[in-house]
Each structure stands twice: as C-alpha cells, then as structure tokens.
Design a protein around this ligand. Structure first.
Ligand code: BGC
Length: 373
C-alpha cells in the first residue's frame, strides 16, 4: 500500500506557494527470511527527495537536481533489500553500535573487559558481523512539512554483538525546503557502554553520469587528523594536516594527492580512509565539509556536531560490487563522510569519549545541504 501523509501546513495552504515537504510510505520488498522491509520517501518542492528503508535505517536513494535542474540519485546502494545483507558494503546505512574500528575487538569499561568479534582483520569494524546496518528498524513516526520527517528505532539487547547495556536507538531523518537533509541519532542505555552511531552514505554527486569522484573538490574544516597503523587503527597522534596530502582546508581536487605514496598514511589507507578532527567545539553544529562536482554543479555542505569525520574514498571497492541499475562500483567511485567520535576511542583515554551512561541521551547530528552552482 502506498499513501501520502499531508502535513498540517500543506492542508491549510497547499494551493498556492506554501508547498510543504511530504512523506510517503511504501513497501520495499522482503528479505529472504520473509521479513518485510518498508521505505519512507521524503520529498520537497525544490526537487529533492530522500528514500530511507527500514533495513539498517539506510538512506537508499537521494535525488538532487543538478545546475540544469536534472534530478539524479547521488548515493550508492542496492535496488533490493536482500542485497544489503548478501553484499554488505554499508551503503547509506546507519552504523552501530560502534562505527569504524575497535582494535582487536577489545575494550574495557570500569575495569571490566569486553571482547567483540573481529570482522576486519584483527579488528572489529562497524559494530561487528551483525551490526545495526543488518537489523530491521521500526518506523515510529512519519510526518510532512514544513520538514518532512521519519523516525526509525531499534532496540539492541544487552550483550548484542558483545556490547554491554540495552541500547534504545532512534534515527530521525528530515528534509526541508532549503534542501537540507538532517539526521539525528539518539540513544539511551541501561548500563554504561560505548557507542559511535553514524551514517555511511557513499556520495557520488555526478548522479547517473557515474563519473568517479577524483575530480570532485573537497574542503574539510580540519587542521589535524588522526594517523593510523597498517590495520587502520589510530596511533594516538593528532597530526597537523599542513604540508601533507591531508590538507583540505582550502578546496582541493580529491585526485590530486590521493596517489602520493610518499606519505605512509596514503599507503595505509589505499588513499583517504582517515578521521579528521573537525575544527571548533564538539557538540555544536559546525561546518565540517564541502564537496562539489564541477561538472554537474552539485554541491554538498555538511555540518556536524561530532568531534571527528571519517573521510573515505571507497578504496575497498574493486569492481566486484554491483549496485543500483547493475552499475559496477570501483575504487574512487564515492566519497563517504562519516561523523562520529574518533576510531578506537574506547582504547584512547585522551580521545573524545565514546562512553554513554544510564540517564544520559546520546546525540549525533549531521546536516547535508545541497545546491547546484
Ligand atoms: C572505513 C573503511 C571501510 C569502510 C567499509 C569505512 O568507514 O573507514 O576502512 O572499508 O567503512 O565500508
């Protein structure tokens, strides 16, 4: 069944200029075990729409006009729900409980040690083999304009994937008429725990042109980043970007320095796969990144509340992944910008804390604003 939910603003004044963003709910097929997946599409009058599916609370499609008004999908993903499980690549998904890596899958809280499964060489990645990206979330509410909004929730049992505490999580996606897609992750816990929730969208602003992102211009408001070892675990250092291929304080072409193997960090990451320390005060929404595709004119400006942002250029995609429309995805076909605490924070006392205690509410907000120039 497909139905539209009209917001109060639209019911009152839809006829003339006051077009409110709308939210529609529809089926998105089923998994091979029979679980039904739903999709909520948020649409505004400016030509943007965002489709979010209940599997992994994932952003499955994001339609953005180019400078000529041509509407195209700017995120990687799959056409069917089951592919998100059988060919996992974290396309657009909500990642939890812990985005990025925890060294050797081990950490401790108040002297008690915990061991997670290692699903990335020696380390635990993105919450383990069955993280939040592979869970079916519930739709809590769907509402229309002025911001079209969907709230999805997931309750993670105490001990799930090795993490302590029952964790109640919501992901709220909203789209307004200023072409801003906002995402808020909230969580509460029954026991002290660690978490790092983020969204793992793979952006390719060229849309259906399917050019790689090497010609994209990127700005990162970060004077420092956290270098990693050969298994992509931070060494603990906070290194100045000045004079390195990691200096994106002024807009730079992604491809210009991505092959500069004189820098050991480029070798370890096979390109960019690093956490940048976002300038300014964590907890306040502040500009973190700008990505521009000069050909289509599409620009994405990102504001984040998190202390860090992982900049990843799809380095592990090798042409064996086939996404929407049977398109083959290759290295450098997308840009991921994943706001959160720093990787492996639970094992670095001087990194921003990943700890959440009972009675506290975790919040990680990211706003993606689109335009075409
Ligand atoms: C990590 C990459 C990893 C990718 C998986 C990123 O967040 O930094 O190293 O391969 O996720 O999709």
């Amino acid at each position: 069944m497909k139905y539209a939910i009209l917001g109060a603003a639209c019911l009152m004044a839809c006829s003339s200029h006051a077009l409110a963003a709308s939210a529609t709910r529809a089926g998105f097929g089923a998994l091979s075990d029979g679980s039904k997946i739903e999709a909520v599409t948020l649409t505004n009058a400016a030509g943007m729409s965002a489709k979010v599916i209940t599997l992994g609370a994932a952003l499955q499609a994001l339609i953005v006009p180019d400078r000529g008004g041509k509407k195209e999908d700017v995120v990687l993903g799959y056409d069917t729900a089951q592919e998100y499980l059988t060919r996992p690549n974290y396309f657009g998904v909500s990642v939890g409980r812990f985005a990025n890596r925890i060294a050797k899958g081990k950490f401790s809280i108040d002297g008690k040690s915990y061991t997670l499964s290692s699903n990335d060489g020696p380390n635990a990645l993105h919450g383990g083999p069955k993280g939040f990206d592979k869970r079916v979330w519930k739709i809590d509410s769907v509402s229309s304009g002025p911001d079209a909004k969907v709230v999805m929730s997931y309750v993670s049992a105490d001990g799930e994937e090795g993490f302590p505490g029952e964790l109640k999580v919501t992901a709220t996606y909203s789209l307004n008429e200023q072409n801003e897609l906002r995402l808020d992750y909230r969580a509460t816990t029954s026991k002290p725990t660690v978490l790092n929730l983020t969204n793992h969208s793979y952006f390719n602003l060229s849309g259906n042109d399917a050019r790689d992102v090497m010609g994209n211009m990127v700005t990162l408001n970060a004077a420092r980043f956290t270098p990693v070892d050969a298994t992509l675990i931070p060494t603990g250092e906070r290194r100045a970007v000045a004079g390195t291929p990691f200096d994106f304080r002024k807009a730079a072409r992604v491809g210009d320095r991505i092959r500069d193997a004189r820098d050991q960090q480029i070798r370890y990451g096979r390109g960019y796969d690093h956490n940048f320390i976002v300038d300014g005060a964590p907890g306040t929404l502040r500009p973190a990144a700008v990505v521009t595709d000069p050909v289509s004119g599409r620009t994405m400006e990102m504001r984040v509340s998190a202390p860090g942002i992982q900049f990843y250029t799809g380095n592990f995609m090798d042409g064996t992944f086939f996404g929407k429309g049977q398109r083959s995805y290759r290295q450098g076909d997308a840009i991921c910008l994943e706001p959160g605490v720093f990787p492996d924070s639970p094992n670095h006392a001087d990194f921003p804390s990943a700890r959440l205690n009972p009675g506290q509410t975790y919040l990680n907000t990211m706003v993606y604003k689109f335009s075409a120039k």
